[in-house]
Write a protein that binds this ligand. Structure first.
Ligand code: NAD
Ligand code: NAD
Lengths: 203, 203
């Protein structure tokens, strides 16, 4: 079982490797990569060791090769098809973000239950009715769902997404979702982030 | 040193206690609180034990009292004055969110560098120029800053906020900020959250 923080750091390594490749860096040592990211050299080597042997001792890692390997480990080599359910403030901000496609995330559909929004073009996406989640998710072979619906609606919407064949959910509603064991749910609770910040402010 | 996950769970306990109080619950045992949140009873008791003795064995916790204590621990008893710097997609979605004020967060000012936005009313807030960060943060005695500016601007903006007297920063730009040791920075990297979800999808 790979620690979750290792996966978070892999994502940071990937972002940095892409940044370095864009500036012409071909090879980098674990020590230099660690320095740029403010981490320990041993942490970088330990994280990568979960997934095999990548560099040549004394020569470092080939930037293009390592970034490709990490992309593969994260399951992003062929990209991931994503939908957003709930096109309110947060959902539409996420839909508008160009940064997700840099990592292979392809927003294939957005949904809402508000008749005023359904059928409209929101941030460049055609807004489907929530009732169509099952059909559209199957047709577009969507794997990941981002939930940005109100708290009271989140469980019902998660049920629709799971029934439609969604494999994993990124949930922004501040509620614990009950889903079958084979479905992964990650939660982002922005109010909790602020509360934590408040606790540590001035400590 | 209190573990960060304990602080995250405190915030979840607080949210649940408020929910219970609104529905008339006066007293709750650690076991029931743990059950509702899908946690272990021993975890709830361990988390709370860092901060003192709260319940009477066998009788449970007084909901109003415990929620007040947690509010105090999180430094929210008198509320927290917040500003948002960068009123683009994400910044304006956060500004529009009514949920933050439920926990005592009071958005006192928003800033942007785009002349088209400066001086306008965005989501109910008067948008100040970034050049005014120092004056407004001091005048309004703002303690926390939410950074929703582009990657390339984040460090410069963090410097302005720190100089102005901000104690803690919630940073959404995917870059590590260098700030003095006494300033707390928490990062929310939404692309990393999606990458992690992709890794675990279908595992
Ligand atoms: N905006 C933020 O900064 C923020 C911060 C913290 C948490 N959240 C959480 O994120 C979620 C979204 O917040 P928001 O500010 O965007 O809310 P919002 O009210 O602006 O948007 C919610 C959207 O969901 C749609 N909706 C409602 N029921 C639906 C259903 N059954 N199927 C499909 N769509 C449905 C609504 O029509 C609306 O467009 C909420 O759970 C909120 O608590 C938001
Ligand atoms: N929108 C999302 O869903 C999302 C997702 C992941 C990460 N992010 C990150 O959050 C940040 C904001 O994203 P966004 O989508 O809202 O971008 P955006 O371009 O919509 O908004 C950025 C805002 O910052 C303002 N700005 C630029 N320089 C500034 C300065 N020096 N001082 C004050 N304001 C300044 C711009 O005028 C603009 O209004 C970015 O760093 C982005 O990488 C956003």
């Amino acid at each position: 079982q790979i620690p979750e923080n290792t996966i978070n750091r892999l994502s940071a390594y990937y972002r940095m490797l892409i940044y370095l490749a864009q500036r012409g860096t071909q090879v980098i040592s674990s020590k230099s990569l660690a320095n740029i990211l403010g981490m320990k050299d041993s942490q970088v080597r330990k994280d990568l060791s979960y997934f095999g042997r990548f560099g040549v001792r004394g020569e470092g890692y080939k930037v293009a090769l390592l970034s490709q390997k990490i992309l593969h480990i994260l399951g992003l080599e062929k990209g991931r098809r994503v939908c957003i359910i709930g096109m309110g403030n947060l959902g539409s901000a996420l839909a508008a973000y160009k940064g997700f496609s840099d990592f292979g995330f392809d927003i294939r559909a957005v949904f809402d239950s508000n008749p005023v929004k359904i059928g409209k073009n929101i941030r460049g996406y055609h807004c489907y009715p929530a009732a169509e989640i099952k059909n559209v998710v199957k047709k577009e072979r969507i794997e990941l769902a981002i939930l940005t619906v109100p708290l009271e609606q989140a469980q019902a919407v998660a049920n629709l997404a799971v029934e439609a064949g969604i494999k994993a959910i990124l949930n922004f509603a501040p509620v614990r979702l009950n889903v079958p064991r084979n479905i992964r749910v990650d939660n982002v609770d922005l109010a909790m982030e602020l509360k934590k910040l408040s606790y540590f402010a001035g400590k």
